[in-house]
Every structure is written in structure tokens, then in C-alpha cells.
Ligand binder design. Structure first.
Ligand code: PSU
Ligand code: MN
Length: 306
């Protein structure tokens, strides 16, 4: 859990001061800003998540690549750029080296996915990260081999991740299997059932349940003590007031999944399509869960620092 001294970061004043003071930090990602949510909801959520982390007693560090440099903690203008620019690259593990290379033609403005954000968090010495929903095995992935780099990152990189489960657009049963194979510790926050992003239940069991930030921190410390790398994945079900039922969402997914583009564009396209088909209800749930996950990560970070 120490920072790599050779890695060249641009740190915001707030993050820099927090690091010097030894205050608890929470990493936040930017793909959900640039590719996961429409404007202006994306900027509201990005700022709302930062406020939620602060209210929980920790300091937010939203990650992105700007002008070819890795940024830890963003200024308001930068957040605005990520939320409004049309040429923001979606950067996962494979892409970071290219975006930071300075090679002509390489993207210099990029949003980080779960995998890339975990990498930057680990390099910056940040132990915990909050997002909406992780990527996983896509439907048909057993033949297309479209499996999110997020799963491999969770297997290797020792940063705890707070989410509301894998996105329901995925093959949840196979995603659950891969998490088990990869040795990711899957913890349900106040649930025994892995949540499914917009829905509170998937019918698939978590490895263990925890009922407080202190219990979550104990599991994270225990895994860190083993020195085996890899993540504790904390699954926090969406607020019941905004949750959707799996059965109704399934109809929308089945109606559009065959038209989805391949590759990195698949997830953003499907999220936008379900938002349309649900009359905005999926968007409202997505916004809420991101902010609630940031609040929970802040509370756990405060415990880890204690
Ligand atoms: N959570 C959200 N919206 C998102 C994401 C997470 O509420 O758009 C992003 C994360 O950055 C995650 C990515 O890594 O979706 C998954 O993309 P893919 O399926 O292409 O790996
Ligand atoms: Mn993919």
C-alpha cells in the first residue's frame, strides 16, 4: 500500500494536502462521467460523489488522463471537460500506457474505467475506490470472449472496490463464476445476495456479508495482511426507493442487446438504451447508487485510516 515514487502524477491541491496529512482518500473513476451518463447528469453525479466522500470524512480523488498526464483529483474545469467533450477516450488497463506515452496520435484526454482507476489508485497509495457497477462477462461472452478487463484487475490489484454489483446487461452467472475463479473476495453490504446494479438482487450468493463499515475494513485489512494481491469487492445494493426489478429490465435488455456494438462501445451504448427504454428510471437508479457507493467508501476509508 505504498505509492510508486517514480510514477508521474498530477495531484490536485486537495489530494496533495490530504496525502501529506495522512487523511483517508477514496478514488473515483471518470468513465461513468464521460461514457456512462449523459450531460448534465454526469457532472451532477461526479460532484455529488465527491461531496458524499467528504461528508463521510474522507477526501475524493477522481482519476483521469488530461493532456497526456495521469491526474489524481480533478479541478472543476477538468471535470467539466470530461463531462462535455466528445473526444474523451475510454481507458482501461491496456490503454493507459498509450495515453501516457506522448506518442503523436495517441489520445491525451481519457476517462479511466474500473481497471485503469484501480491501477492509478494503487500507484497513488489509495486503498479504496467507489464506482457504479463493474464490468464482467458479456452475454454471449463464452463465444465472443468479451470479458471486461475489470475482472482481471480485481484479481491482481490490491484496491478495495465499492460497487452495486456487475451491470445487469452482463451474464451475471458467468461473471460470478469468474470472480470466484480469480479469487476476488465478494462481500455483500447488508445482503447475502450479489446485487445486480439497477436491481437489488441477482439470486447469486456473495462470499460473505458485512453489516458495518468497520466489518468491511476488517475484511480489507485481513486480505492486505495476506499479501496475495487482488481486491475485496464490496457490493452495496441500490436504494430500494429507486431500484428496478430484474424482470422488467430483462425485457428491455433482450429487446436491444442484439443491436449493441462490439468492444468498448458496448457498455455505454447499452446503458443509454436502457435509460431510454426505462423512461429515465435506470438513470435515476444509476445516479443514486454511485453517490451512495461513494459515501460508503468514504466511511470505510475513515475506518481504515483509524
Ligand atoms: N459504473 C457506472 N457506469 C459506468 C461504469 C461503471 O455506473 O459506465 C463503467 C466503469 O468504468 C467500468 C466500465 O469499468 O463501465 C465497464 O466497461 P466494459 O464493460 O467495456 O469493460
Ligand atoms: Mn469488452
Amino acid at each position: 500500500m505504498t505509492a510508486n515514487p517514480d510514477f508521474d502524477f498530477r495531484m490536485s491541491t486537495e489530494v496533495d494536502a490530504a496525502r501529506r496529512a495522512g487523511r483517508p482518500l477514496v478514488a473515483l473513476e471518470s468513465t461513468l462521467i464521460s461514457h456512462g451518463l449523459p450531460y448534465p447528469e454526469n457532472i451532477e453525479v461526479a460532484q455529488g460523489a465527491e461531496v458524499a466522500v467528504r461528508d463521510a470524512g474522507a477526501v475524493p480523488a477522481t482519476m483521469a488522463v488530461l493532456d497526456g498526464h495521469a491526474h489524481v483529483g480533478l479541478a472543476d474545469d477538468d471535470m467539466h471537460r470530461l463531462a462535455t467533450a466528445s473526444d474523451v477516450a475510454k481507458l482501461s488497463r491496456r490503454d493507459l500506457a498509450i495515453a501516457l506515452s506522448g506518442v503523436p496520435g495517441a489520445p491525451t484526454l481519457g476517462a479511466t474505467t474500473v481497471s485503469a482507476t484501480m491501477i492509478l489508485a494503487e500507484r497513488a497509495g489509495i486503498d479504496i475506490f467507489a464506482t457504479g457497477g463493474i464490468g464482467g462477462v458479456h452475454r454471449g461472452g463464452e463465444s465472443s470472449m468479451d470479458v471486461s478487463a475489470d475482472l482481471f484487475e480485481l484479481a491482481h490489484t490490491p484496491v478495495a472496490v465499492v460497487c452495486s454489483g456487475p451491470k445487469l446487461i452482463l451474464d451475471l452467472a458467468r461473471t460470478r463464476e469468474v470472480l470466484e475463479t480469480m479469487g476476488v473476495t465478494l462481500v455483500g453490504y447488508r445482503t447475502d445476495d450479489m446485487p445486480a446494479f439497477w436491481a437489488r438482487h441477482s439470486g447469486l450468493a456473495v462470499d460473505c456479508r458485512a453489516d458495518s463499515p468497520a466489518e468491511l475494513a476488517a475484511i480489507i485489512r485481513s486480505r492486505a495482511g495476506l499479501g496475495i494481491g487482488g481486491a475485496v469487492l464490496i457490493c452495496n445494493p441500490v436504494d430500494p426507493a429507486l431500484a428496478l426489478e430484474i424482470d422488467e429490465i430483462e425485457g428491455w435488455i433482450e429487446a436491444c442487446i442484439d443491436s449493441a456494438p462490439a468492444g468498448a462501445a458496448a457498455t455505454p451504448w447499452l446503458l443509454a438504451e436502457i435509460a431510454k427504454r426505462s423512461g429515465g428510471r435506470s438513470l435515476a437508479a444509476n445516479k443514486r447508487l454511485i453517490i451512495d457507493n461513494a459515501a460508503l467508501a468514504g466511511a470505510v476509508a475513515a475506518q481504515l485510516g483509524a
